[in-house]
Design a protein around this ligand. Structure first.
Ligand code: ADP
Ligand code: TYD
Length: 203
């Protein structure tokens, strides 16, 4: 089973991905926890290129290529082998992030994202948690982390608002695998809902 977490910056994806991995490991399941961009040594190198520096460092088109290159490496070296071995893979972001951040943020490039995905990735998650959150609260939380990976946060609040609406639309586009989770609640409350849905899906 391939599970992904999606949503705007600061919505609690990393926190919930980690807590779900812990919960499922507690059930005795074999879980690989990973993230994008990154998750393999080569993809982590690309991560630095895309997440650091000026917002205008890359065009949206160039970003589609960079994020897809990182994803292809992540898929070849970590995701596919782990799923093939019967393990559960939980990823903090995956292809839906490219559909949103590169597909919607600077013009309508969604068709380009989808074509490249079909050509080079071709895998969809079995279950996607979209953590929904007030974009201004999310941005404040993300900025509170104070790291060097702030390129997308520097696009500002307008982008976060567009991305939030985009993720809600995406959940309607892929109702079979997407579950919208209210992230404006205490961490443990969110984890309990997420773990309940994942356990039910795992059977
Ligand atoms: P994301 O991976 O979506 O950017 P994180 O999990 O890194 O989000 O969370 C961003 C910040 O918000 C962190 O400092 C985290 O501790 C905090 N946080 C996460 N979930 C909650 C929550 N439900 N309530 C309050 N703070 C939270
Ligand atoms: P992430 O480390 O998950 O940041 P956060 O914890 O703030 O949500 O992702 C960093 C940024 O990368 C995030 O702003 C979204 C962006 N991103 C894309 O633009 N396209 C992609 O395909 C992926 C995976 C991430």
């Amino acid at each position: 089973m391939f599970i992904t977490f999606e949503g705007i910056d600061g919505s609690g994806k990393s926190t919930q991905a980690r807590l779900l991995a812990e919960a499922l490991r507690g059930d005795g399941r074999d879980v690989v926890l990973t993230r994008e961009p990154g998750g393999s040594p080569g993809a982590e190198e690309i991560r630095r290129l895309v997440l650091e520096g000026d917002p205008d460092r890359w065009s949206a088109e160039t970003e589609i290529l960079l994020f897809t290159a990182a994803r292809r490496d992540h898929l070849e070296r970590l995701i596919d082998p782990a799923l093939g071995a019967g393990r559960i893979v939980i990823s903090d972001r995956f292809a839906d992030s490219t559909r949103m951040y590169q597909g919607l943020s600077r013009g309508d490039l969604r068709a380009v994202v989808d074509k490249l995905h079909a050509l080079m990735i071709g895998r969809e998650p079995d279950l996607t948690f979209i953590i929904d959150m007030d974009p201004d609260v999310g941005l404040a939380r993300a900025r509170g982390r104070n790291g060097s990976e702030e390129r997308f946060e520097d696009f500002g609040a307008a982008l976060q608002h567009r991305m939030r609406q985009g993720f809600l639309d995406l959940a309607r586009e892929f109702p079979g695998r997407c579950r919208v989770i209210d992230g404006n609640r205490p961490v443990e409350t969110v984890t309990a809902e997420v773990a309940g849905i994942a356990r039910a899906a795992l059977g």
